[in-house]
Write a protein that binds this ligand. Sequence first.
Ligand SMILES: Cc1ncc(COP(=O)(O)O)c(C=O)c1O
Length: 398
Amino acid sequence: MLSKLISNINPSVTLGISAKAKSLKKQGKPIINLSVGEPDFNTPENIKTKAKDAIEANQTRYTQADGIPELKTAIAQRLKKDDKVDYQPNQIIVSPGAKASIFLALAAIVNPGDEIIIPTPFWVSYPEQVKLVGGNPIYLKTTPERHFLIDPPALQSLISPRTRAILLNNPCNPTGAAYDIEHLMEILNICTRHNLYIVADEIYSKIVFDGFKFVRCAGLSQQIYDRTITIDGVSKAYAMTGWRIGYAAGPQEIIAGMKSFQEHLTSNPCSIAQYAALEAFSGDQRNVAAFTEKFQERRDVLHGELLRIPGIRCTKPKGTFYIFPDISEYFDTSDGQRTIRNSIDLADYLLDTAQVATVPGDGFGAERFLRLSFAASLENLNAAVRQIGTALGALGKM
Ligand SMILES: Cc1ncc(COP(=O)(O)O)c(C=O)c1O
């Protein structure tokens, strides 16, 4: 019998679909996998070289629990240079992925029964992580009509004496929504007025389109800076998902608390991956821009093609490599054999019939949608939309 703690966790929908898609692919099915949450590019050569050098130099032992000092300095310099935000190295902790950084941040600020506001659609791990540290997720709905951005009065109405923090993902997985400075300021001022912490998950900060100006929460004002824990990492911007390096930057006391937890949990992030991340943050940045340019081109194609499918409505992502169409027109339909009642049925139908893996919106707290990743070649994206269009065309209202 598993513990209450573990029994209470929902499995990750994204990892589940990815596993099914991979297994079908292994059986020889020509699956186009648009369910993935990682860039399809290889880690740049300069970064891989530094990892090899680290192995040769025997940088293979335990490191400081919060990361090697050179890496923390490089992160501080990157934040200063790109975002004009000042952090000292003792305000930074490096973890095995941003996922771990978010968890440690929540562990450092949440007491049992505290309420954490999570805008929906949300990244799948937020509610589970909040529950794991004893908090209660409180959902704040955003809609495509408002570009999936928080409505300030709606935020205000959810705040109670138990509210401890907001988990703000900007740019947002799965919607691709991103906040301009005025909107961000308005919602964060509400948060600071109520003394909330802001866990600012900015893991897609570098992947923004059409010259959109990304701003970090922590850069907005001293009050906001004092209440913000900035989360970022190398996974998405540098195509380094497997290396498992993320970081948190914030008030020194919170970072020190997170370090104590990490000391007992993982000791430290992988030493070799830290040297690779050092090169990512301090070396040539041209790959980041090149990856983003490719993502933008793919977004344009995918968005345009999806809109040509009857019944599909879809906002244009400002960042990330995901698109989140409303597919609810296809609920309560059938192809004569299968009935589609919800996003899970539809994702399953598309995997079997169109041979395209997508993620049902259900896992992101948004039933009417599907998430498609455009971390795939243009050729695959075009083929995927064609196949989806044909499969949807076979569905008729019941
Ligand atoms: C919104 C969001 N936050 C955090 C993460 C975790 O990133 P990492 O690979 O650094 O753990 C992801 C990865 O999918 C993500 O989409």
